[in-house]
Design a binder for this molecule. Structure first.
Ligand SMILES: Nc1ncnc2c1ncn2[C@@H]1O[C@H](COP(=O)(O)OP(=O)(O)OP(=O)(O)O)[C@@H](O)[C@H]1O
Length: 541
């Protein structure tokens, strides 16, 4: 099969006779898929009419009736084609006309019927002309020896068959009609052409033979020659129509495939973006997604001078964690931890905490930082503007405590948070080309971590400098005393008691809530790390 040779990719998809897709859904969408500019292919109809009329007027000098017939057919065809292409030139035509054109071009039946009508009008124009010629001139039966009146017109009727071939060409050009119409209409045109030759032009064609072959030597009769020409042209054009149809279907498949691939690529990109946004802070994710020329080895780092850092741990979680069959080899403990951490993460979704960034979790310790978003610039140079994010970090710490409390109530647990906050300069960066991780480093982070590890369960411990800043926001502190911090010596630290004039009361209240019974709190405090023991000792001194 000709199309098997050219388009192996489509063979399994289509029926070899009708060329329709075996998949009904695909066939439906192919038929309803209106190619933009497909209406432009109809321009071939009036153009063919112009060529036919011009050549006929040159070869077969005609009377005024034929000129009127040409003009009317050409006029109707031009109007129809103009209507079909209005959609492509919306600026130059009435809106209602454009809408009607669009409706016609986008309806399967509409555009099929419309294109078929154009072809039929063209064919009818040609037939009318043929009939006119045959009837206008009375031709007597002639033979090789007859005297011919060479002054008569319509001497070359075979031209009507040549014109029919042109009509056939014009009939396969439009994209809109279905293949069945593209086959049926030209077949009818050829049959009518052959019938006209036999029934109307026989004598005229014999006369043309005699004019062309004066000596009556052996020749192929014109009637046979032109009818065969029409038939062969018809077969060739049907073949061409089928090849065009296969091509159009291949393009349709490719287009669909490309569209599917594009959608898949968009989907993957969306998922990747979501993934990047999940593992990196928004501003860093934007940097990575936007910077297409980024090299794998290129390091992303950013220095900040005023950042807040929070460490929050659940000191009694390690006691809770055990790998036994009763808790599914520790799975239930991890499920619980996941619930707690997820609740903390959910707090960061709140608008007021949008500038707080979760850095990571280290075991049951939650690490977050504020002031990392370069877009959130302070309104002015005042302490309260510059360190607003630090007060929000403290608010976040309070909310974490509340969230854990409510989980405790639901699960009959007694977990408490031990928190440490510090502020100062840090360096942030993304480490690793695979599984990249955003982290922060610096003395500020180390001290924040120490504030947590040397702190007390249920308390938020801060350095003196941090407490000074937070006092501007109305937070109330209780001096803890000097704490021995590894590598830093003795640091004066404070416990955050609450906010406002009744801050002390607030803190009392939060501690008095059944987050952990007082005895349990004391127990937890005693179970702090060795460095904490040193800290507590220094406190006692
Ligand atoms: N980016 C970070 N993520 C998590 N923890 C950090 C980070 N930076 C520092 N820390 C923690 O801060 C604490 C203090 O760090 P520092 O460098 O002062 O001492 P260290 O000798 O590394 O600490 P350690 O004695 O605990 O090993 C360490 O426990 C460290 O784990």
């Amino acid at each position: 099969m000709y199309f098997l040779i050219f388009h192996r990719s489509i063979v399994s998809h289509i029926d070899w006779l009708t060329l329709s897709f075996k998949d009904k859904q695909k066939e439906y969408s192919y038929r309803h898929n209106a190619e933009s500019f497909s209406s432009v292919s109809l321009v071939g109809c009036p153009l063919t009419m112009i060529v036919i009329s011009t050549s006929q007027l040159i070869v077969l000098p005609r009377d005024s009736l034929s000129i009127i017939s040409f003009s009317v057919t050409l006029f109707i065809l031009t109007l129809l084609v103009l209507f079909a292409v209005v959609e492509q030139f919306p600026k130059y035509f009435l809106q209602s006309l454009e809408k009607a054109s669009k409706r016609m071009n986008h309806s399967l039946i509409g555009r099929c019927v419309f294109a078929s009508v154009c072809i039929v009008i063209l064919a009818v124009g040609n037939v009318v002309d043929t009939v006119g010629c045959a009837q206008m001139y009375h031709v007597q039966a002639v033979n090789c020896t007859s005297e011919l009146d060479m002054g008569e017109e319509c001497l070359y009727p075979s031209y009507f068959s040549h014109m029919t071939v042109m009509v056939l060409i014009a009939s396969v050009l439009p994209i809109q009609p279905l293949l069945v119409a593209k086959t049926a209409i030209p077949t009818v045109i050829v049959l009518v052409g052959i019938l006209a030759n036999v029934a109307l032009l026989w004598d005229l064609l014999v006369r043309e033979d005699i004019i062309s072959h004066r000596h009556c030597s052996s020749y192929t009769p014109a009637i046979l020659a032109v009818s065969l020409t029409m038939l062969l042209a018809h077969l060739g054009l049907i073949l061409l129509a089928r090849v065009m149809e296969v091509g159009s279907r291949v393009l349709f498949l490719w287009k669909n495939e490309a569209e599917e691939q594009r959608e898949r690529a968009c989907d993957i990109r969306r998922k990747n973006e979501a993934l990047v946004h999940n593992i990196l802070p928004p501003h860093v994710a934007v940097h990575f997604l936007g910077n297409k020329k980024r090299q794998h080895e290129e390091l992303y780092s950013q220095s900040y001078s005023e950042i807040g850092v929070l460490f929050a741990s659940m000191p009694n979680f390690s006691d809770f964690y055990s790998e036994e069959s009763v808790n599914n080899q520790g799975l239930e403990c991890l499920r619980f931890l996941n619930e707690v951490i997820s609740d903390f993460d959910a707090l960061l979704e709140l608008k007021k905490f949008q500038d707080i960034i979760k850095i990571k979790t280290i075991g049951s310790t939650y690490m977050a930082a504020s002031g990392l978003n370069p877009q959130s610039t302070p309104k002015d140079d005042s302490i309260t503007s510059r360190w607003l994010h630090l007060s929000l970090l403290v608010e976040f710490a309070f909310e974490m405590r509340k969230a854990l409390q409510s989980i405790n109530e639901q699960s009959f647990n007694h977990f408490v948070l031990k928190m440490g906050v510090n502020h100062g300069p840090i360096t942030a960066g993304v480490i690793g080309a695979r599984k990249p991780h955003y982290d922060i480093w610096g003395n500020t982070v180390n001290v924040a971590s120490r504030m947590e590890s040397t702190g007390k369960a249920g308390y938020i411990q801060v350095t003196e400098e941090t407490s000074e800043i937070l006092k501007n926001f109305g937070y109330v502190f209780e001096q803890r005393g000097l704490v021995a911090v590894k590598g830093k010596g003795q640091l004066m630290t404070f416990y955050l008691v609450g906010k406002g004039s009744d801050g002390g009361h607030q803190q009392q209240h939060s501690l008095a809530e059944p987050a952990a019974p007082t005895a349990e709190l004391a127990e937890i405090a005693e179970e702090t790390e060795p460095s904490d023991q040193a800290a507590l000792l220094s406190e006692e001194q």
